[in-house]
Design a protein around this ligand. Structure first.
Ligand code: BES
Ligand code: ZN
Ligand code: ZN
Length: 479
């Protein structure tokens, strides 16, 4: 399922090859005969993106130069071409391919798009499992400036993203909170970071009333997960903390969702998937940082002792919350996690959550909604990482007036803010539990896609992994 990426010294005569063309007359067309050259020139004039030449012995795919206004969009175009090349290779039964030409960033972007497009969730599909052998197996980069380390880095980012996608795609029947914790432990062991799991008794002793409240209607116990990666060469004295919403299924609880809105709610742990995927990518690539991941995990169900609208619960920091809608559960479990994060005296906390339909309605699947209380510096760097990885961010305000939307008659806060500004009032609720530099990412629009979108695929996307990896890499290297 995942393609093996490596480097290679040369493209031989019979090797299938993808060639990135430069903007001038470049030597990259060495592979073509005169007649093929003429064909190429014609195709380029008619603005074809990828020109396929069947040389009988092998395929040559020529990728026309990308001239976009921004460097970021140009790289995104290469990723997308990589994804469509993957589909072509699969159709043609090409199992091994070499890639050469272009600039370092371009060839790596194309490779990343190609590798990400190869994802399949085949666990429950006999047909896919039987056809695994027909997939592209190996991609070798032939480029003077691309090292095996560069290629391995892409491999590891893809691995983190695929793990995140797998977890999102797994239904709750086989991935409840305890099983999610087991998956974290396995990932930690494989990739080199520590995982500590708090069970229900420990969660009770910590008085995590948000997590316990959401869990009250479930037959399965909650877990609270602490992931820690610390490089000996960490550039940050205070840790960076990433927090992920781990609602393994969101029925809405007693404020039950309408049935079609529930169909994809196994993806409500998309924030936690981004956290684990990032930990994997960071640890495998040995970034010189100290990074902690926190995941409160439970499903949200209406059974047994489920909390009811009107209940008042107490978060671990002592804040009381009047729960007027049990479907606004993400903020309740995140409240406990964000309160817990205080003890690390973190340099920065970023939380990721499929938190509100309102965020998805506002900007759709094209980006994440960002809010935050940190000084602009981290926010700007995260926005830049968003452009570079094309996991783009739109900032919403946290004006203090929104605080009033959450006033309760009988508790410190209520958990919903009314019909208006839904993504913001959710962010405002979270802000209450922070006393450090903090950024909130509402990923409701991007964590799960109903239709195929290039290298993001269909269903679980692993959104957030590439963004955060890139962000932390930049932080580490600019320190
Ligand atoms: N998990 C949902 C948000 C969501 C909706 C994610 C659609 C992905 C796609 C969240 O727990 C929720 O139900 N939010 C409510 C909040 C409301 C009750 C204030 C919502 O958005 O409707
Ligand atoms: Zn909900
Ligand atoms: Zn939810």
């Amino acid at each position: 399922m995942s393609i093996k990426l490596k480097t290679s010294k040369a493209v031989k005569d019979k090797d299938d090859v993808i060639v990135l063309l430069g903007s001038g007359d470049s030597e990259e067309t060495y592979v073509l005969s005169d007649i093929e050259q003429q064909y190429l020139q014609k195709q380029l004039k008619s603005k074809k993106d990828v020109i396929a030449v069947n040389q009988y012995q092998r395929w040559v795919f020529l990728v026309s130069p990308v001239t976009e206004e921004s460097a970021e969009y140009a790289l995104e175009t290469y990723r997308k071409r990589g994804a469509s090349l993957y589909q072509t290779l699969k159709q043609e039964g090409v199992k091994k391919i070499k890639i050469s030409g272009g600039e370092t960033a371009q060839i790596l972007a194309l490779t990343e798009g190609l590798a990400l497009a190869a994802y399949q969730f085949s666990t429950y599909r006999k047909d896919l499992k039987e056809n695994l052998s027909s997939n592209v197996k190996e991609v070798s980069l032939v480029h003077p400036e691309v090292s095996s380390r560069d290629v391995q880095e892409v491999n590891n980012i893809v691995a983190g993203t695929f793990l995140a996608r797998n977890l999102v795609n797994e239904p709750v029947i086989s991935l409840n909170a305890e099983k999610l914790s087991r998956a974290f432990k396995k990932a930690g062991k494989d990739s080199g970071f520590k995982v500590e799991v708090f069970d229900k008794a420990k969660i009770k002793s910590l008085k995590m009333g948000g997590l316990l409240g959401v869990n009250a209607g479930s037959p399965d116990p909650p877990t609270f997960n602490i992931l820690e990666y610390k490089s000996d060469k960490a550039v940050n004295k205070q840790p960076y903390v990433i927090v992920g919403k781990g609602v393994t299924y969101d029925t809405g609880g007693l404020s039950l969702k309408p049935s079609t809105s529930m169909d994809t709610m196994k993806s409500d742990m998309g924030g936690s998937a981004a956290v684990i995927g990032t930990m994997v990518a960071v640890a495998k690539n040995k970034l010189p940082i100290h990074l902690i991941g926190l995941v409160p995990a439970t499903d949200n169900r209406p059974g047994g002792n489920a909390i009811v609208p009107g209940d008042v619960i107490t978060i671990s920091d002592g804040t009381t919350v009047e729960v007027l809608n049990t479907d606004a559960e993400g903020r309740l479990i995140l409240a406990d996690a964000l309160s817990f994060a205080k003890k690390y005296k973190p340099a920065l906390v970023i939380d990721l959550a499929t938190l509100t339909g309102a965020a998805a309605v506002a900007i759709g699947k094209e980006g994440m909604v960002m809010m935050g209380s940190d000084s602009d510096d981290y926010k700007n760097q995260l926005k830049q990482a968003g452009e570079a990885t094309y996991e783009r961010l739109v900032e919403f305000p946290l004006w203090k007036e929104y605080r009033d939307y959450l006033k309760s008659d009988i508790a410190d806060l209520k958990n919903i803010g009314g019909r208006m500004a839904g993504a913001i009032t959710a962010g405002m609720f979270l802000k209450h539990f922070t006393d450090y530099a903090w950024i909130h990412l509402d990923i409701a629009g991007v964590a799960f896609l109903d239709s195929l979108d290039s290298y993001r695929g269909k269903n679980g996307t692993g959104a957030g992994v590439r963004l955060l990896y890139h962000f932390f890499k930049k932080l580490a290297h600019s320190a």
